[in-house]
Design a protein around this ligand. Structure first.
Ligand SMILES: [Zn+2]
Length: 274
């Protein structure tokens, strides 16, 4: 008999594959808010520039630049996308781009985005896990009942111009990104092309006091071993151990759209006229 996979079977298989990959230190995990009301609660470990990182002790600095969407094909023949930093450099003095970029040569559009490492404590969802064998804990946030998905791991947070405005406000106010926790929340139903995200912060708490519950090690110490953001952004590294380039397209070749695998990306959100 042919095996017919239902939506929840697929979701479970996807999740298992994702977990297995992560345990083996495989592909780079991205913060991914899929449904309306989804929230990610995290501590940023990449400060806004090198000077700030030196001062705060942050393990890395965020990467900001123009990203191309590189298309790949899964083993099942589906299209998958990956964001890769444009190879051109902006020459301030002469006000021209220098260098070479294959994607620019191929006229692949690019968008301004940032990328940083964050330590995700938990995701919060409006609805219970569809995998009933692994229910999430119901909790209250501001009197709203939500379900807590424990993560306790590093993920790459990538977002566009609109969110950058919020991040810039925090930098202006606090002069560092690593001195408090943040919550990103999605507004917009699944697969909607009208999605916005908000960013709220908690009271300051030294990053040196944040320990990974499993190992008891400060997250800042663990963050020192993370792959370079620049290498990830430029497409040099696609896995946590940094050795294999490309296996992502085979490892996660399930029937899920690229948005849910490589971090949420909604067409049009960066086209807002401000
Ligand atoms: Zn380019």
């Amino acid at each position: 008999m042919a095996v017919v996979r239902t939506g929840s079977d697929r979701l479970r298989a996807y999740q298992e594959q994702k977990d297995a990959n992560f345990r083996k230190g495989k592909f780079i995990p991205y913060v991914s808010l899929i449904d309306d009301g989804d929230r990610a609660h995290f501590r940023i470990v990449s400060d806004h520039n090198e000077e700030a990182s030196e001062e705060s002790g942050a393990s890395s600095s965020l990467v900001f630049g123009d990203f191309h969407r590189k298309q790949g094909i899964s083993v099942r023949g589906k299209s998958l996308y990956h964001e890769v930093l444009c190879g051109l450099d902006w020459d301030e003095d002469n006000e021209i781009y220098t260098g070479e970029c294959d994607f620019c040569n191929d006229d692949i559009p690019k968008r301004t985005k940032f990328m940083m490492w964050v330590y995700v404590y938990n995701y919060y969802h409006r609805n219970q896990n569809t995998d009933l064998k692994n229910p999430w804990e119901p909790v209250l946030i501001n009197k709203e009942k939500v379900y807590k998905q424990k993560v306790q791991a590093f993920q790459v947070w990538q977002d566009g111009y609109y969110m950058q405005q919020f991040v810039d406000e925090k930098i202006d106010s606090y002069h560092t990104l690593v001195d408090r926790d943040y919550m990103v929340r999605r507004y917009g139903v699944k697969k909607s092309n009208k999605v916005t995200r908000s960013l709220t912060e908690s009271q300051p708490k030294s990053i040196n006091d944040i320990l990974d519950p499993e190992s008891g090690t400060p997250i800042l110490t663990l963050a020192m071993d993370l792959p370079s953001l620049y290498d990830i952004a430029s497409g040099e590294i696609e896995t946590m151990d940094g050795h294999e380039v490309q296996p992502v397209f085979e490892e996660v070749a399930l029937d899920f759209p690229a948005e849910e695998i490589f971090g949420e990306e909604v067409e049009g959100i960066d086209d807002l006229p401000f």
